[in-house]
Design a binder for this molecule. Structure first.
Ligand code: AVJ
Length: 321
């Protein structure tokens, strides 16, 4: 049966402290999880289909090649997905685990309740014997709520290189939270986007059709809705570039003219100057050796790494040891 607990995200956003602190800082920033209201999640699905946006299809290729190998290495386990979104790539793993012939439990976790419910219903159509328990919330909230499983073990998986949204410091904390949520011998499968020439990276975040720009601007519409705001998206433009020194894409919204914005429910008035920017996302690009070493230092034992022929994307299976 499908069971959706939806308290978590509501609790965190009612106060919107993260928005207040981001917009009152200099330079201004906003947390990337605000991309993903239901409309934003739809834009992201469109991004995944863009010719310039290689990560999704490259990771899907790797999963298509190796999901059976992954399933054999871990054996039967409960699959817990952070940032499950549409669960499209998840199907490749579900197919492989289903082929093992064991009972299967899937726990999708996402901040967008709409897309979570919709994709869980779709999955149940295609995997009638699958047990699904969705959690709506941030990773942190959801990880703290995970329960032991009746299956031999669990695997937390985090695909799509969403890890890249975290600064190295936050990444370190996040790994600690994953480790704390797992028991000894349980698994962590991580998908990371790898370093590659700047032109390829910048094209992926500046697509010709402007979908990424819409996705970026939609964050302001989300804030308007959630906090009774009056952002006018005509007064901002999308800006994304690769920072070579930090190996990360940086995505911003640049203000086009000096003006004031109010968010009533936050009791917040913010002055914007022409050309000033709000950082909405970093998307770090990783080196496979470095990230494996970091996992190892944290207490994960890397078991296997898979990549595509161009080495554009990597998948790392590790185990709590
Ligand atoms: C879902 C965070 C991995 O960083 O590539 C896509 C989000 N932003 N295009 C990424 C995103 C702009 C994506 N992640």
């Amino acid at each position: 049966m499908y069971d959706l607990k939806s308290s978590a995200w509501a609790i965190e956003t009612v106060d919107g402290q993260d928005v207040i602190s981001g917009l009152t800082q200099n330079p201004k920033s906003l947390p990337p999880q605000y991309f993903y209201d239901d409309r934003g999640s739809q834009f992201f699905e469109q991004i995944c289909e863009l010719p310039e946006y290689y990560p999704t299809r490259t990771e899907a290729w790797i999963l298509r090649q190796f999901s059976h190998e992954i399933a054999k290495m871990t054996g039967a386990c409960e699959l817990i997905e952070l940032g499950s979104g549409s669960s499209t790539k998840t199907r490749l793993l579900l197919d492989a685990y289903q082929a093992l012939g064991n009972k299967l439990r899937y726990v999708p976790i996402d901040v967008s309740g709409g897309i979570l419910t919709e994709s869980a219903c779709d999955l149940l159509q295609d995997y009638p014997s699958l047990k699904i328990q969705g959690l709506v919330g941030t990773y942190e909230q959801a990880l703290a709520q995970l329960k032991p499983t009746s299956l031999p073990s669990r695997m937390i998986f985090f695909l799509g290189s969403s890890l890249g949204n975290l600064t190295p410091q936050k990444c370190d904390r996040f790994f600690s939270q994953i480790l704390a949520a797992l028991d000894m011998g349980e698994y962590f499968l991580l998908g990371v986007d790898l370093q590659k020439p700047k032109q390829i990276l910048e094209a992926a975040y500046n697509d010709a059709r402007g979908v990424t720009a819409q996705f970026n601007l939609n964050m302001l519409e989300h804030l308007n809705q959630r906090f009774a705001g009056n952002f006018d998206i005509q007064r901002f433009e999308h800006w994304a570039f690769y920072n070579n020194r930090l190996n990360q894409i940086e995505m911003h919204l640049r203000c086009l003219e000096t003006h004031t914005v109010c968010l009533e429910k936050l009791d917040l008035t913010v002055e914007f100057k022409a050309r000033e920017t709000i950082e909405t996302e970093i998307s770090r690009k990783f080196n496979l050796e470095v990230i494996q070493r970091e996992l190892q230092v944290k207490g994960f034992k890397p078991l296997a790494v898979w990549t595509d022929p161009q080495e554009w994307f990597g998948l790392i299976l590790s185990q709590k040891s």
